[in-house]
Write a protein that binds this ligand. Sequence first.
Ligand code: TNX
Length: 512
Amino acid sequence: MRIPLTALLAAALPLTVASSAAPARSAPTPAAPALDSVIPAPVQVRPHGPAFRLTARTVIEAPHSARAVADRLAEALRTTTGYRLPVVGHAPARTPAITLETGARLGAEAYELSAGRSGVTIRSGDNAGLFNGVQTLRQLVPLRAPFVVAGGEITDRPRFAYRGAMLDLARHFHTPAEVKRYIDEISQFKVNHLHLHLSDDQGWRIQIDSWPRLTTVGGAPGTGVDGESGGYLTKAGYRDLVRYAAARHVTIVPEIDLPGHVNAAQVAYPELTCDGVAPPPRTDTEVGYSSLCIGKEVTYRFVEDVIRELAAMTPGPLIHIGGDEAHATTEADYVAFQQRVLPLVAKYGKKAYGWNEITQAPASHTAVAQNWSDKTSNPALAAAVAAGTKVVMSPSNLTYLDMKYDPSTRLGLTWAGYIEVRKAYDWDPGTHVTGVPESAVLGIEAPLWSETLRNLDDIEFMAFPRLAALAELGWSPARDWESFRARLGAYGPRWTARGVDFYPSPQIDWAG
Ligand code: TNX
């Protein structure tokens, strides 16, 4: 862990200066961030009254049930301020405190935050709401002393229940440590789902006991794009990730891509092809050439075993079964396959989630479709929605974090176009596709495919700052580019302080 030097100095020196008066010899004291500088923008902000000065004497007060959220806050504040604030059940009288309160009659994930001279209080009806309030507070604490939080109140709640990001572990494996760092970052913008793309033509990245060669062969070294990387999550490693994410109020959504994108599985188990002959392993970036054998019974034993084991290690409600780009499967076979497989997810107590192609099958009417199409008119999707399908919006031309920002971007692809920050921000998930009203939209997800990405720096460079823009579309009721642009510019030093390698978009005036 790195503690900024300024924070260590601030912790060591007693602060007696007034918050507005900067000592003559040092750099000017930065003002407390305004209550309305937060990303994603809160629903309502009322600045008023005196500010709160956070010092080494501040305590964090929380009921036992919110201890984990309080510990996360203490850890975050230790990193920024250098103070080791104690977490207590009850703060002694006249002790400055950050108080977490449960039992408020607010909706899921909602919170209220108030800051004044004697402290900061965050109220919520659930721990997810407290966690969200804590993420807001983190952005209100300056990066440098004095650690003054502006006075006033914030009332906040999410526009959409599903706010997601996706990592592709199949094209290049990303280690659990890297995935955890990504969770740390996305959860600060109140993103509450992380979809993991765990299988594709190149590799298979999740241990399945009943089909062990999926990972001993499909997750072997060299199974990444260009013959690089490789690796897989053991069940213990996956469960550890699920726990880590849950502690940050992020639900893991695992994806096994079917019936296409299965070359790695067929290399490991040749009986999954129609002719029983193993195909060669593939480390190129072609798509759409592999298919499970729709007419063979072993196909369904395989799929059911995988879904059963995946469901058993996944506490979240959704299992993603892929369904995209099945160009090597006939349309009739595709529908026949989905009619058998979609109900298998429900058999193991989960809700089926798939790329929007699944809407070709009537059984998708109880499922969630992830709309990656760049079209604003999609009659098949609209018809499915009319029959009950819920939608997560991931239009490739607006939300794909693997698209280059502009022609000079070193990483990424271009097939869905360039996506600069403003383009990622300037659209409305609730009205984007004709016939998909806001009531049918569960939320929004930003996928990041890894054909060109190797390490965490690559992930960060493509994800940030666009993920912040997409998080705001998922959370905030209104959209205002000029406001977002200013808040994003002010946020830059926070990424820098954490060593996050974000893209310094020329559309933004970056602070410091
Ligand atoms: C399309 S989008 C894919 C992926 C690729 C991605 C690259 C989708 C559902 N499938 O297989 O990785 O393009 O941008």
